[in-house]
Design a binder for this molecule. Structure first.
Ligand SMILES: Nc1nc2c(ncn2[C@@H]2O[C@H](COP(=O)(O)OP(=O)(O)O)[C@@H](O)[C@H]2O)c(=O)[nH]1
Ligand SMILES: [Mg+2]
Length: 368
């Protein structure tokens, strides 16, 4: 039994495979790790398979799976999960876009109790070198979509990550396309994650296999994970949905507070209704803040947040933005497009709700 398994998916990597295997093995030796290297190849027509077979002769910790059918990066990685001979898996590209030197740190973070450790390009200290604008835009779009499901993860589509075996052992991964990490986060069983920054470097040798089809498959995957989460309440995406529902309930309570205070101040205290409304709005914001702080976004233990005053101020600013969005849409749809004002207002409320939730989730109640 090995300490860990480094899974390397390959397709036509004859220019890189020897170097990456050698380097990973050197990292093992330096860190004193008894590691397995598992190459999962999609029956490459080039010399990849031959080279790995040669490497296997000299090193008994190198293994190879050749997949004759169901071609695909994610499928290959998840087949690697099934055949790996250890309890800790690390996935890394063959083309040196991911630094093997980080392998020991990822391994130790899993040993320290994290279920998932992600090499992140999008957190402080991370980055991307030598990527054309088109790739950057696609990646940012994919990351944005992925963050809707996992707002705490800065790089939910990274190809460089480590997991504990139990995370995927009983999950029914149906990966397609490129983004195996998103599938693991969506359908795996995990609580604690940690990200480590790294600088992604585009390949020097061989070619990328990203195609338009990949982008369409990715959108399907996001929808699939969303639907899956509705029926599997242990999933991390469901934890996120629960927050959306709670946020919505809190919003409704805020409407009641707003109406009640407006009515009271105007009818019983005789205050001019616009002045009364100002107080009603402020009280509803305070009401919502408290419920969201103590209930919706209550996080157990070690997830550090900004100070409560800080959160209160941010929440006010975001709420003000929501108000502007709501009124802006109401005005735009009604006065410019002639939509019935109650319909416009409904659209405005929904968009403002989306704004309030996501921005607060990402800024006010994000972990520091
Ligand atoms: N098994 C397998 N590996 C793949 C496939 N497509 C890409 N890879 C490997 O996955 C890693 C990342 O692929 P790459 O084309 O560099 O993607 P990019 O870095 O996003 O441009 C490399 O190690 C590839 O050899 C595939 O269909 N099957
Ligand atoms: Mg690459």
């Amino acid at each position: 039994m090995y300490d860990l398994t480094v899974i390397i998916p390959t397709f036509n990597e004859e220019a890189n495979i020897r170097n990456i295997v050698t380097e990973v093995d050197m990292v093992f030796k330096k860190a004193g790790l008894n590691g397995e290297i598992l190459v999962v190849d999609d029956n490459s027509p080039d010399r990849t398979i031959g080279i790995v077979n040669e490497l296997k002769k000299a090193r008994e910790n190198v293994n190879l799976i050749v997949r004759p059918a169901d071609h695909g990066l994610s499928q290959s990685v998840s087949e690697g999960f099934v055949h790996a001979q250890s309890e800790i898996f690390i996935v890394i590209d063959a083309d040196f876009s991911h630094p093997p030197a980080l392998i020991p740190e990822m391994y130790h973070e899993i040993r320290a109790g994290n279920d998932v450790v992600i090499g992140s390009r999008y957190m402080e200290g991370g980055g991307i070198r030598k990527w054309p604008l088109k790739r950057r835009i696609i990646s940012i779009g994919a990351t944005f979509l992925g963050r809707l499901l996992f707002p705490d993860v800065t790089d939910p589509v990274s190809g460089f990550f480590a997991i504990r075996k139990d995370v995927v052992a009983n999950s029914n991964l149906k990966p397609k396309g490129y983004k195996i990490l998103l599938e693991v986060l969506g359908k795996g069983t995990w609580e604690k994650d940690k990200e480590i920054p790294f600088e992604f470097v585009d390949r020097e040798s061989g070619t990328s296999k990203l195609k338009v089809k990949t982008i369409i498959e990715y959108a399907q995957q996001v929808i699939d994970i969303t639907i899956y989460s509705f029926f599997h309440h242990h999933s991390a995406a469901w934890r996120e949905w629960k927050k959306v529902f709670k946020f919505g309930l809190v919003g409704i309570s805020g409407i009641l507070v707003n109406m009640g205070i407006l009515y009271y101040l105007k009818e019983y205290a005789g205050i001019y209704y616009l002045v009364a409304s100002f107080f009603a709005i402020e009280f509803s914001i305070l009401n919502n803040f408290l419920w969201n702080d103590l209930w919706t976004f209550r996080t157990p233990g070690d997830h550090k947040l900004a100070s409560r005053w800080h959160r209160l101020v941010t929440f006010h600013i975001v709420s003000a933005g929501g108000l502007v969005i709501n009124m802006g849409i109401l005005w735009l749809l009604t006065s410019i497009f002639g939509v019935y004002y109650l319909v416009s207002n409904m659209v405005g409320i929904l968009v403002a709700f989306g704004w309030n939730f996501f921005v607060n989730r990402r800024i006010t109640w994000t972990r520091t």
